[in-house]
Design a protein around this ligand. Structure first.
Ligand code: PHE
Length: 481
C-alpha cells in the first residue's frame, strides 16, 4: 500500500531536505572536526566529496523515494519487484531505518545539551565566567544522568509532536517558520562575530589550503562528515523524496540542498572561529568546541549572554528540523506496513529510540568505563552506537548509488532527472563507479585494522563489485521493464 502523500508546494521538498541536512552536523560537528584537522585542507576534501559523491547520491536517494512514493522499506520492496532485482536490495530500507533509529537516540541527547546552554546563556549565569568555571560546568552537566535524561526527553518529545501532527500540519508548517528564522539568526551571529571577534583569523584558518596538513584519518573524517551532513544513506531523504512533487527538478534541487548546507557550515564556521580566535582561544577543542570554548567567548563579549542564548536557540532549531527527518522514515513505514495511526507509529519509534538514548546518557557518567559493556565491546555504548551509524550510513549510500545506477532504466532516470543526455552520463558514471569507490574509503575508516595500503585495493574491488552487481542481481539496464 502506498500513502500517496505529496507536499503542498513544489518547493517544500527543498525546504524539508535543507531542514534535515542543516543540523548539529553543520553547527557542532563540522566546526570541531575542521578545528581538529587543521582547517582549510579538511574543508577542501569535504567540499570535493559533497560535489563528486554527495550530490550524485542525493539525486539517487531522492529518485528512489519519488519513483516508489513509499517509505524507504516498502519503497525498496516495491522497486525490487518492479525491476526484477534481488530482494536483497530491500536492505537499503532496513539499513536506513536502523540508522535513523540509532542516530536519533544519541542526536537527541546531544541536542539536549543545547537546551541547557540556551538556559544558561539567557539567564546570564555564565557572564564573566572564566575558562575553569565553564569547563567545570560542562563536566558537571555530563556527569548528571538526571539532567541529561531530562533534556533528552524534552527534545525527543518536541520532535515527536511535530512528526505526529503529520507531514502538512506538523512538518511543513513548522519548517516554514523555523528555517527562515534560523537563517536570520545565523546571520546575526555572523555579524556579531565580525564586530566582536577576529574574522580575518577565522577566514585564513578556514580557507588556507595545505593538503599536507591533512592525515589519512582526516581525509576519511571529511568524507564521513559530508555524508552525515547531507543526511545521506539512511532513508531520511528517500522518505521526504516520496512526497516530492513530480514537477520539481531533481538535479537542481539536489544542488541547491548541497549548496545551502555547505554555505551554512561555512558561515557557522566563520562565526564560531571568529569568536573563538577573538577571545584568544584555540580551535582544536574537539566536541567541547561549541559547549565550552564558544560559551567562554560569549562570556567575555558585550551582549554575549543574549547573543549566546540566541545562538543556542539556533542550534536547537537546526537539530529539531533534522531529528524530525529521522523519525519520518520509520513512522511512515509503521503506518504503511502495520496500519498504525501516525501518532501510534511516532510514539513507538520515539519511545524505543528514547530508551536506547539512555545508554548514551550513561556513557558520559555512570557507565563511562569499566563496565561489562566495555569489557564486551571495548568502548562506551555511545561510541558503539556512533560507530554503527558510521558503518550503516556509508553502506546505505553505497547500495543506493549501486541500485539507482544499475537497476533503474535509462528512461526512468531521464523522466526523473529531466536533464541532458550529457548530464545523465556524468551522473551515472558517478553513481556507478566513483561514489561506490569513495564510499568504500569512508567505510574502511570504521575498521581500524585496515591499514592505509589496503584502501586502494579495496577501492578497486568495489569497482569490480559494481560490475558484478550490475550483471548479477539486476536486470540489464538496457532492458526496459
Ligand atoms: N544532517 C544532519 C546534520 O547535519 C544529521 C542527520 C543525519 C539528519 C542523517 C538526518 C539523517 O546534523
Amino acid at each position: 500500500m502506498s500513502t500517496h502523500n505529496v507536499w503542498t508546494h513544489k518547493g517544500t521538498f527543498l525546504l524539508a531536505a535543507v531542514g534535515s541536512a542543516v543540523g548539529l552536523g553543520n553547527l557542532w560537528r563540522f566546526p570541531y572536526l575542521t578545528g581538529e584537522n587543521g582547517g582549510g585542507a579538511f574543508i577542501l576534501v569535504y567540499a570535493l566529496t559533497i560535489f563528486a559523491v554527495g550530490i550524485p547520491i542525493l539525486i539517487a536517494e531522492t529518485m528512489l523515494g519519488r519513483a516508489s512514493r513509499r517509505s524507504p522499506i516498502m519503497g525498496m520492496r516495491h522497486l525490487t519487484r518492479t525491476h526484477h532485482a534481488s530482494r536483497a536490495w530491500e536492505s537499503i530500507g532496513w539499513l536506513g531505518a536502523s540508522s535513523a533509529f540509532l542516530i536519533l537516540s544519541f542526536y537527541s541527547v546531544i541536542a539536549g545539551w543545547a537546551i541547557h546552554y540556551t538556559w544558561q546563556m539567557l539567564t546570564g549565569s555564565l557572564t564573566g565566567a572564566d575558562a575553569e568555571t565553564i569547563g567545570a560546568g560542562f563536566d558537571a552537566l555530563l556527569a548528571s544522568p538526571g539532567l541529561l535524561t531530562l533534556y533528552h526527553t524534552l527534545f525527543i518529545i518536541a520532535s515527536g509532536l511535530i512528526v505526529g501532527m503529520g507531514i502538512h500540519r506538523g512538518i511543513e508548517s513548522s519548517l516554514r517558520i523555523m528555517m527562515p528564522s534560523l537563517f536570520v539568526i545565523l546571520l546575526v551571529v555572523l555579524a556579531y562575530g565580525i564586530a566582536n571577534g577576529d574574522i580575518g583569523a577565522a577566514a585564513s584558518f578556514l580557507f588556507t589550503f595545505n593538503l599536507a596538513d591533512l592525515s589519512l584519518e582526516g581525509w576519511l573524517q571529511a568524507m564521513g562528515q559530508s555524508f552525515f551532513t547531507l543526511s545521506l544513506g539512511m532513508g531520511a531523504i528517500m522518505a521526504y523524496g516520496a512526497y516530492m512533487s513530480s514537477e520539481a527538478s531533481l538535479t537542481r534541487t539536489a544542488i541547491a540542498i548541497a549548496v545551502v548546507d555547505t554555505a551554512v557550515a561555512m558561515v557557522a564556521g566563520l562565526a564560531i572561529f571568529s569568536l573563538v580566535f577573538g577571545a584568544g582561544l584555540g580551535p582544536g577543542q574537539g566536541p567541547g568546541l561549541m559547549f565550552v570554548t564558544l560559551p567562554l567567548a560569549f562570556a567575555e563579549m558585550p551582549f554575549g549572554a543574549l547573543i549566546g542564548g540566541v545562538f543556542f536557540i539556533l542550534v536547537l532549531g537546526a537539530a529539531i528540523s533534522s531529528s524530525i527527518s529521522l523519525i519520518e522514515p520509520v513512522a511512515a513505514f509503521l503506518v504503511e506496513r502495520f496500519d498504525l495511526t501516525r501518532p501510534q507509529a511516532v510514539t513507538l519509534m520515539v519511545v524505543a529510540s528514547w530508551a536506547l538514548g539512555l545508554l548514551t546518557v550513561t556513557s558520559f557518567n555512570v557507565w563511562a568505563e569499566g563496565t561489562l559493556f566495555h569489557a564486551l565491546f571495548g568502548r562506551s555504548a555511545f561510541d558503539l552506537i556512533e560507530l554503527l551509524t558510521n558503518i550503516f550510513m556509508p553502506l546505505g549510500g553505497l547500495l543506493i548509488a549501486l541500485f539507482a545506477g544499475w537497476a533503474l532504466t535509462h528512461s526512468e532516470v531521464m523522466k526523473e532527472m529531466r536533464t541532458s543526455e550529457a548530464w545523465f552520463t556524468v551522473w551515472r558514471f558517478l553513481v556507478r563507479f566513483v561514489a561506490p569507490a569513495a564510499v568504500a574509503f569512508v567505510f574502511l575508516r570504521s575498521i581500524p585494522q585496515v591499514e592505509g595500503y589496503l584502501i586502494p585495493t579495496i577501492g578497486a574491488l568495489v569497482i569490480v563489485g559494481a560490475f558484478a552487481a550490475g550483471r548479477t542481481f539486476l536486470v540489464e539496464p538496457s532492458q526496459e521493464p
